[in-house]
Design a binder for this molecule. Sequence first.
Ligand SMILES: Nc1nc2c(ncn2[C@@H]2O[C@H](COP(=O)(O)OP(=O)(O)OP(=O)(O)O)[C@@H](O)[C@H]2O)c(=O)[nH]1
Ligand SMILES: [Mg+2]
Length: 237
Amino acid sequence: MSQARMVQIEQDILGKNNQYAEANRRLFGERGMLVLNLVSSPGSGKTTLLTRSLEDLQADMSLAVIEGDQQTSNDAERIRATGVPALQINTGKGCHLDAHQVGHALEHLDPAERSVLFIENVGNLVCPAAFDLGEAHKVAILSVTEGEDKPIKYPDMFDAADLLLLNKIDLLPYLQFDVDKCIDYARRVNPGIQVLQVSATSGEGMADWYQWIRLAHQTRLVGFRSASAVAERQVNP
Ligand SMILES: Nc1nc2c(ncn2[C@@H]2O[C@H](COP(=O)(O)OP(=O)(O)OP(=O)(O)O)[C@@H](O)[C@H]2O)c(=O)[nH]1
Ligand SMILES: [Mg+2]
């Protein structure tokens, strides 16, 4: 196949994905939902971070999760054990979730108005960067066991993310990981990226992450009126 043909196919796939992503974004807007797309390499701690976050946040807000993995429903089961609804998507040979799959998952999950939906993407620092799912923010998770140079080796992912969660900081005493250098690399790729240092197992730094979610959620709700409130105003202007 010629290179021009391959570029054309890639553009068609991304163009189609963007149309589905816009439909998802519209639905999220109509429901006043905050949607976060968690992206990282395998094993950086996405599910561990999520289960702890869900346990700590579910008393205050309505939550739901879409889980993406090539195989197994292990992660969705870990999420459901917290009491939060979760839907697993298996991508088979696919290395990322796409907006069409997320749209289908939404039909089953039917998340509530004003809810926060977390999407745990397939563990992979490359493909998920290119696919818009309609989310408000991509959140990149990088664990300190992976090496501080990942942001410059996989720049697309860190460029696409609004927030970097530097996870497993409880392990720093046992590693040679230069936190400042890592943050510097991330900002070289994306000067606007916010960085929070956390440990999903010890809980250190998690309050800052929750604060970030609450702020993003409030921002999302500015000017939002639920469908029932809009209908009520039309009947009783
Ligand atoms: N020490 C330490 N270990 C952690 C932390 N967060 C996660 N882990 C461990 O890292 C391993 C992988 O965690 P997962 O939460 O399954 O990672 P994941 O990113 O969801 O993995 P995939 O879904 O396979 O991509 C598990 O053994 C966790 O216990 C942390 O903050 N500190
Ligand atoms: Mg996981």
